[in-house]
Write a protein that binds this ligand. Structure first.
Ligand code: M6R
Length: 608
């Protein structure tokens, strides 16, 4: 997974390019480079592994950095096939060194293309698929680069966002894309291209989302868009405040700041969808779903988004009496798809760009079934592909670990199940009671943000362990899985998650004093059943950290405790999130891990 930022202006491009890459940093990468070209066609390149700051340092020392460079491309690479080395970073070039190419994603037929090119005596200096594209352009070139690129795109199998520089026309940047996102930002005297709209917001007010196989030509800060050899015209869209890059305020890490924003997501996400005064649901999209003949929900997502769906499947069953099947998107792709006319296919993704979620939408759409997207990033691919969609409106979530957006996802899902419930005769009084509780929960979650002293103390103690068990029952299933995932993701410690009942079927063999159990045990969620299971664990002398409803302690059961507010079982899944996310962050800090940029991970997983 790589991220691109490109620029075409009449000023020195270097500061814009480095800044653009810095704004894309949150997406995850392990090496970076920047390439700039003068009006006379002179090329300069700087590469660095690991951090964009390493690259920025190198650029700063480069004596050519202040020359008159009007164009350039910057790129971060997240290694998929080849190691994290400067040699494997892009751009790659043609044999005659005329064409330089940068590429996101994977060309699946690269081995065959390479064989054909070798037969024509082309020599290769790397093993990358991107080098093959550079050589192919040289091979297909017939003095019209647009036509050459159109021919090139007929030959490439699968996905790309592709930038091409012809050193003989150094003031021109050419781009095309298939399946990988590419956004063109325009300002009065500049053009920018980026894999992510967030990196554009500081410099542009308008943008175009490029469609597959369109070709964009940037020259002297003007742009032209071509489709099938012909120039096309369409209106740009406006960049709104939602896209503004967030700052860290006084928080040590962005992740902590995003956790802090979690309770506020309620208002942003629900204020247009619920009338809290008269406790009614007012959303039009949900009203439109009422018109459809739907009896079943199938949910497709991955990672934390998948866990959010699992929680909602309990709500759909209990509040709307609707069967709800939840599938991990990567499995959905290769499973037998049995379309069902009365099923609403729901896709959830913070980024709206996760590769297997997007592919799953395509599969369902090909069969003409109804698709519904729940995404955070406005204008992202999943939102644009689906027949119906709702945004979580959680504001931009910058860093790798998903936190506040999960709260937004849960709110919309709860709302959907209430709305379907209403259609299927759920009592109005029950709906009003839950809406009232939602409002109250906002206040309760805010109060949880201040319990940091206890969490920090516990993190110090628990950071000495290497393994953890998260235990749960019933509706807390997803919450425990999510907390366990966050602990792994941020601390790199081993963590497993089981229903307390399931322990006896095998995992109990692992329980011993050095393997602490974190038990989520809330009032109204099979509390007494969980208590008996925790007793079995405690009898094996393990350490128990108990996440428990206030006033509901049982001294014999725990070594340590995190008290949480009392809520009904429907809202219980929300309650352990803030303390357990903070617990994971604090352990990560104790262990000197990079909380915002965990090793090996990227914010959005755009390759399968
Ligand atoms: O953008 P998406 O919601 O589709 O992303 C799904 C997962 O990649 C994501 O939730 C991932 O699991 C997070 N890093 C978890 O914190």
């Amino acid at each position: 997974m790589c991220w691109i930022f490109a620029y075409n202006w009449n000023k020195n491009s270097i500061p814009f390019l480095v800044e653009g890459l810095t704004n894309l940093e949150y997406r995850g990468y392990d090496s970076a480079w920047v390439f700039w070209i003068t009006k006379g066609g002179k090329i300069f390149l700087e590469k660095a592994v690991w951090k964009v700051s390493n690259l920025a340092g190198k650029v700063e020392l480069n004596k050519n950095k202040d020359k008159d460079y009007n164009s350039g491309i910057a790129h971060t690479r997240w290694a998929t096939h080849w190691g994290v080395t400067e040699k494997n970073t892009h751009p790659h070039y043609s044999s005659n060194k005329r064409f330089f190419v940068v590429h996101n994603w994977i060309i699946e037929n690269y081995a065959e293309l390479k064989k054909d090119l070798i037969k024509k005596w082309y020599e290769f200096y790397s093993e990358t698929d991107t080098e093959i594209i550079a050589k192919l352009i040289e091979d297909l070139f017939d003095w019209n680069l647009i036509e050459t690129i159109s021919k090139l795109t007929q030959k490439l199998v699968w996905a790309y966002a592709l930038g091409i520089i012809d050193t003989e026309n150094p003031d021109v940047l050419i781009w095309t894309k298939f399946w990988s996102p590419m956004i063109l930002g325009i300002d009065t005297q500049a053009c920018f291209l980026s894999s992510d709209i967030n990196a554009l917001s500081q410099n542009c007010k308008e943008f175009f989302i490029l469609e597959d196989k369109e070709i964009v030509v940037l020259k002297n800060w003007k742009h032209k868009i071509f489709s099938l050899w012909k120039e096309i015209f369409r209106n740009s869209e406006k960049i709104t405040e939602d896209f503004q890059i967030a700052t860290k305020w006084d928080f040590e890490t962005f992740t902590e700041k995003e956790i802090y924003e979690a309770p506020e997501v309620l208002l942003n996400c629900l204020k247009w969808r619920i009338n809290f005064e008269n406790k009614t649901i007012t959303n039009e999209t949900l009203a439109e779903l009422w018109e459809l003949d739907i009896e079943r929900i199938e949910i497709i997502a991955s990672g934390s988004s998948y866990f959010a769906w699992v929680t909602s499947s309990y709500w759909f069953r209990e509040l709307a009496w609707m069967p709800c099947l939840v599938t991990i998107s990567s499995e959905f792709l290769y499973d037998t798809f049995l379309p069902n006319k009365k099923t609403l296919y729901v896709f959830i993704s913070q980024s709206g760009e996760t590769a297997d979620v997007r592919e799953s939408v395509r599969i369902v759409k090909e069969k003409w079934w109804i698709t519904f997207g729940l995404v955070n990033v406005v204008g992202s691919t999943v939102a644009r592909m689906c027949d119906y969609w709702l945004y979580t409106h959680s504001w931009i979530e910058i860093w790798v670990a998903s936190t506040k957006n999960i709260i937004g996802q849960l709110w919309v899902l709860l709302l959907m199940s209430l709305s379907f419930g209403k259609k299927r005769n759920l009592q109005i009084s029950k709906i009003r009671e839950i809406i009232w509780e939602i409002w109250e929960l906002n206040i309760l979650m805010k109060s949880q943000l201040w319990n940091t002293k206890n969490i920090k103390k516990l993190a110090k103690k628990y950071s000495k362990y290497k393994n953890f068990f998260f235990l749960w029952r019933n509706l807390l299933y997803w919450t425990a899985e999510e907390c366990s995932l966050k602990l792994k993701e941020l601390t790199y410690l081993h963590s497993e998650c089981y229903s307390t009942w399931e322990l006896k079927h095998g995992p109990l063999a692992l329980v011993w004093p050095d393997f602490p159990c974190i038990a989520l045990n809330l009032k109204w969620v099979l509390k007494s059943k969980t208590v008996s299971n925790i007793k079995e664990v405690k009898a094996r002398n393990t350490t128990v950290l108990w996440v428990v409803t206030k006033w509901d302690k049982n001294e014999e059961l725990y070594d340590d405790i995190i008290e949480v507010p009392e809520v009904s079982h429907i809202l219980a899944p929300f309650i352990p999130l803030i303390p357990m996310w903070s617990f994971a962050v604090e352990i990560a800090k104790e262990l000197w891990k990079d909380v915002d940029k965990p090793q090996n991970l990227a914010k959005s997983v755009t390759v399968e």
